[in-house]
Design a protein around this ligand. Sequence first.
Ligand code: BES
Ligand code: MN
Ligand code: ZN
Length: 496
Amino acid sequence: MEFSIKQSSPENQRSACVVLGIFEGGQLAPAAHALDQSVNHQLSDLIARGDMTGKSGSTVMIPSLSGVTTERVLLVGLGKPDEFNAKQFLDMLRTTFAALHKTICKDAALYFTDLPVKDRDEIWKIQQIVLIGAESAYRADGLKSKPADKPVLRKILLGSAKKPDSAAVTALHQASAIAHGMKLAKDLGNLPGNICTPSYLAEQANKLAGEHKLKATILEEKDMEKLGMHSLLSVTHGSRQPAKLITLEYRGGDKKQKPVVLVGKGLTFDSGGISLKPGADMDEMKYDMCGAASVLGTMLAVAEMSLKINLVAVIPSSENMPDGAASKPGDIVKSMAGLTIEILNTDAEGRLILCDALTYAARFEPDTVIDIATLTGACVIALGGVASGLFSNQDQLARELLDAGEYSNDKAWQMPLWDDYQQQLDSNFADMQNIGGRAAGSVTAACFLSRFTKDYRWAHLDVAGTAWKSGKEKGSTGRPVPLLTQYLINRVNTTK
Ligand code: BES
Ligand code: MN
Ligand code: ZN
């Protein structure tokens, strides 16, 4: 879907459909009012007759309205004016795109950027129109022999009463980049484990580097061996697929500026290993590389935006499979940091690959390191699909990530990293064990990682509940690409 922004009045708009908002109680949003004036109050008449209530979730399509150049006018209910907040706006956008996709319209002009949304600016509205529009057109049909019908709606114009300023144009451009990053993350996430292997992810990183200003480096198992990454390597012992450590570097900032490093869990299939998972829904463990996918998506978005920042992606990627060579419960391995780990459950493998990747991340002399991982089922129980779990060793970083998530509609919620939890990882035989019992499962997983991140400012996002949806709507969400890119955009804007 293509988006553009332009000063335009709805009555003179030549598109297949003009979309206008109507508040409950009959109040016309500014653009609807303008159009109403030029069509002899036909809209007000329609509202007075009761054909459009303005209730949220409602839509009325007017096929041909005399006095306008557009072929159709779609009225969308906004609900009560004093309750029109961010959530209402987002729900209204989903309703709008669902209604448009039911028509034969190839293009539409949306007059939404002037709507007054509580606590939200124009830039936010532009961003969300693009993200929700792109989301509505997404199909995961690349592997069907007959692809699903492509949406006919291809072009969206954001109509605005005033001439869009440079901030609005930038917002549109950046939002399109975020949408592209989310699409990449979704495409990779939705691929099955037999296609999306660690080698496939490495190829995708190389491809990205070929297409954008990025440098890719792929470390093989023998390289990791030399670095002493025995914790990471222990996870891949049961797999026929070679593990990869993928790095991508983007240098858009000052040479001396320390980079942000994003570390993404890239488990292309997590069977649990010898601590085998139950069979039900095990297919969803193809999504265990969604942290990696979100990091690749963010790199793409940042490169497309030419953001003035230095950014590095580190992606440890492997499968977790049962096999004669696989790690066994009770095995003890030595991490790259020199700390020994007793593997009591081979299904707690994410932390085993991440700890070595986090140690490796220090080589880039980072300003900040953020890891993104589908780490624990416990996080799904705690926060469901609404918020990602956020842990950090620095409160200001946590605040910045929470704000970025709130703004971009990709929420996170902070969880504690108190030392009180660390003892749950005590082992009789090694420096630590890889599980901390049933209590506070997502916290003890984060505590495990925190032992490897003492030398830098660090945050961990547990996206086990937010990276994909289960059930009838099964599919990758592309989260947390919006949160991460927003955080990076905000960083650049505040250090300008
Ligand atoms: N990839 C899973 C986490 C997961 C499970 C994400 C279900 C989404 C849905 C991770 O590797 C895992 O298996 N974690 C275990 C840890 C436990 C053994 C301490 C879990 O959460 O059950
Ligand atoms: Mn696991
Ligand atoms: Zn896993």
